[in-house]
Design a protein around this ligand. Structure first.
Ligand code: NAI
Length: 467
């Protein structure tokens, strides 16, 4: 094999593999280094994809148990077969990682198997499982090595009793009591899965709200709904330690307000307190500077402090989201090929795939207050949306925030059925600089959940029809 390339991408997650495909489309001779057995990174192997599979299957199980009989679908003897559910999840993961393999072949991308590190003179060293090193040259190198789970001081994740999201995606038995440290994305998605499958779930969150960066109206409603579903919350509480004794975990935490120390015993503990960039010492050795958040410092063109080395995805600033990394992968490929790659960071949607789903794009009301921007708001509840009503899924609402003077949409926040899909319309509207009036005058099919968006846009101007 010829050992020199135009581009070597290190890491095959959504940032890396998308970048490699775009490079190849642009006529660049491309290789992608991956140390995992299968392509696709955290997202496909132990993140977004398997969690969405379990969220979907566990929600069907819950509906079969709690709703079908009332809806005239008579079912009896509903039983959970967890190993079959896990088999389904694994099958979905495998088919998608194989899909990336196929795309690599189709685009003539060389998959370099092993751990990549950067040496001087544009060299990438790939160390395979047996420890053998091979050297490759690249005119440009893209670091896309993603992130790893964080823990707390003194808490050792063993992936048996104290688990990260990886362990929580593969329990072989439904834990009787599951304590989740952190009321963020992972905590609430995995908490929902195991609650539906029968665990007694308690989320311990340091702050006084869940998903702190979310619009306050949404997080308040979200908390109310999750509590109604039976998930227990201990907010404003700091976990100080977890011990394992005879297959049980003992979690110590302190109430931030009263300083009272507390202890709970449980079967499993999920540590979901965030993720940190996966930056190996070899990368730092290559002279690549880090920023204040200990992420790789980049220019507007994704260049690191080392010549011809670029970085994208979770290792650089911004939210750790697969689609943000994908867009950066495309942008950097185009920049390397001499085009004008660009990512609009004002319009990165975020979705939490619980039931109901939570989705947002743009600024929150709290951010706009801080920035002294004058705004107006339109809200519309799913309770008044006919499609949500007939489907018996009417928790939640759509909230549109528009600039007071220009009516330009600055942020959209939703909680409700299918909002994870609906947010794409709002991202598109914002990319085109839409006003709430533009959305209100766009014909939306009836009966659909998307009519709640049109009505919220009309509500900005105080003229919703159905509420
Ligand atoms: P997160 O940053 O979303 O939430 C972590 C939470 O842990 C925070 O609310 C924090 O206040 C709390 N915490 C920190 N220390 C604590 C302590 N000592 N005691 C109690 N609480 C404490 O992190 P998470 O959920 O681990 O997710 C990691 C990343 O993965 C996120 O950045 C997210 O973007 C990404 N992700 C995205 C998903 C999606 O797009 N649907 C799904 C899952 C993960």
């Amino acid at each position: 094999m010829d050992n020199s390339f135009d581009v070597i991408v290190i890491g095959s997650g959504p940032g890396g593999y998308v970048c490699a495909i775009r490079c190849s489309q642009l006529g660049l001779k491309t290789a992608c280094v991956e140390s995992r057995k299968t392509l696709g990174g955290t997202c496909l192997n132990v993140g977004c994809i398997p969690s969405k599979s379990l969220l979907n299957l566990s929600e069907t199980y819950r509906k079969a148990q709690k709703e079908f009989n009332n809806q005239g679908i008579e079912v009896s003897n509903i039983k959970l077969n967890l190993s079959k559910m896990m088999y389904n999840k694994n099958k979905s993961v495998l088919s998608l990682t194989k899909g990336v393999e196929f795309l690599f072949k189709k685009n003539k991308i060389i998959h370099l198997k092993g751990k990549g590190s950067i040496a001087k003179n544009n060299t990438v060293i790939v160390t395979d499982d047996s420890g053998k090193n091979s050297n490759f040259k690249a005119k440009s190198i893209v670091i896309s090595t993603g992130s790893v789970s964080s823990s707390l001081p003194g808490i050792k994740i063993d992936e048996k009793t104290i688990v990260s999201s990886t362990g929580a995606l593969s329990f072989n038995k439904v834990p009787k009591e599951l304590i989740i440290i952190g009321g963020g994305y992972i905590g609430l998605e995995m908490g929902s899965v195991w609650k539906r499958l029968g665990s007694n779930v308690t989320v311990i969150e340091f702050l006084d709200s869940i998903i702190p960066e979310m619009d306050k109206d949404i997080s308040t409603e979200f908390l109310k709904i999750l509590k109604k579903q039976g998930i227990n919350f201990r907010l404003s509480s700091k976990v100080t330690g977890v011990k394992v004794a005879k297959d049980q975990a003992i979690v110590d935490f302190t109430d931030n307000k009263s300083a009272k120390k507390m202890r709970i015993q449980c079967t499993k503990v999920l540590v979901a307190v965030g993720r940190k960039p996966n930056i190996s010492s070899d990368i730092i050795k290559a002279g690549i500077e880090l920023d204040d958040e200990k992420k790789i410092k980049i220019s507007k063109k994704f260049e690191t402090s080392a010549k011809n080395i670029y970085a994208i995805g979770d290792v650089i600033k911004g939210p750790m989201l697969a689609h943000k990394a994908e867009d950066e992968g495309i942008a950097v490929a185009e920049i390397i090929a001499g085009q004008a790659g660009h990512v609009n960071y004002n319009v990165i949607p975020a979705v939490i795939y619980t039931s109901p789903e939570v989705a947002s794009v743009g600024k929150t009301e709290e951010q706009l207050k801080k920035e002294n921007v004058k705004y107006k708001i339109g809200k519309f509840p799913f309770l008044a949306n006919s499609r949500a009503k007939v489907n018996n899924e009417y928790d939640g609402f759509v909230k549109i925030i528009a600039e007071k003077k220009t009516d330009r949409v600055l942020g959209v926040h939703m909680i409700g059925p299918h909002t994870g899909e609906m947010i794409a319309e709002m991202a598109l509207a914002m990319e085109f600089g839409a006003s709430s009036e533009d959305i209100a005058r766009t014909c939306h099919a009836h009966p659909t959940h998307t009519e709640a968006i049109k009505e919220a846009a009309m509500a900005v101007d105080k003229r919703p029809i159905h509420f």
